[in-house]
Design a protein around this ligand. Sequence first.
Ligand SMILES: NC(=O)c1ccc[n+]([C@@H]2O[C@H](COP(=O)([O-])OP(=O)(O)OC[C@H]3O[C@@H](n4cnc5c(N)ncnc54)[C@H](OP(=O)(O)O)[C@@H]3O)[C@@H](O)[C@H]2O)c1
Length: 242
Amino acid sequence: MRNVIVTGGGTGIGYAIAEAFVAAGDRVVVTGRRKDRLDAAVERLGGSARAVAFDATDPAAVSSALTELPERVDVLVNNAGGNTDFVQPAADDDDLVALAAAYRANLDANLLSAVLVTAAVAARLADGGRIVTLGSIAARNGAGAYGAAKAAVEAWSVSVATEFGPRGVTANVVSPGLTVDTEFFRGRLTQERTNRLVAATLNKRAGTPADVAATVLFLASPAAGHLTGQVLHVNGGAYRAL
Ligand SMILES: NC(=O)c1ccc[n+]([C@@H]2O[C@H](COP(=O)([O-])OP(=O)(O)OC[C@H]3O[C@@H](n4cnc5c(N)ncnc54)[C@H](OP(=O)(O)O)[C@@H]3O)[C@@H](O)[C@H]2O)c1
């Protein structure tokens, strides 16, 4: 039985990833800041799922959480993140203080969260283990601070793959396009925007959390042992890696 940590596993894509690992018979820990959301997720997940609540952007909180995290980690899924501009709207370029805060918030939520959790559990990573980090199509298409933060995740993940590669540990980024049925858009996704994003796909549909989870599960499998340092795009062809 593998020990799996899914950060941000209480909702959306992270929940679907946790669900897929539970279905595969793995022992799963879901993390996030909202304990009530995590407890509800664990209740639905059943199996051996557990919740550990902490803010992945806070070094002290990540360190403290270590006592509750597994002693051996086979799979780490750095899924926590999102576009913080949706919570605190992006500042205009005239207000440099607000602009700096907006960029830092996105870098914290998407890059630092993965950096801190990975570093915290590094000594517990099993040989042949797996690290999967969620990127975004925004890393290639823009989206300001959020896209920049997800692009940084891609570069960082290659460093991780390099560091842990000799131990048979792989590190990859799974980069979704529009994925519905999550809290990501915080009610801001209009029908017009949905139509535009779906039209950009080749299969003419939005992605689902299950689409992303299936790719993460494959990367965590023994079959994917020689696949590392890569970005896998799960977006219906809306972005085509050349
Ligand atoms: N949905 C899409 O269209 C889409 C597209 C491309 C990429 N993505 C990426 O996919 C990942 C999952 O997003 P989602 O769509 O499933 O949205 P979501 O439902 O909002 O999930 C994000 C999860 O991350 C957790 N989280 C956020 N900041 C955190 C922090 N500082 N510490 C701990 N946990 C934190 C949240 O829980 P708490 O708020 O309780 O902490 C939440 O459970 C994100 O990295 C996102 O950027 C999503």
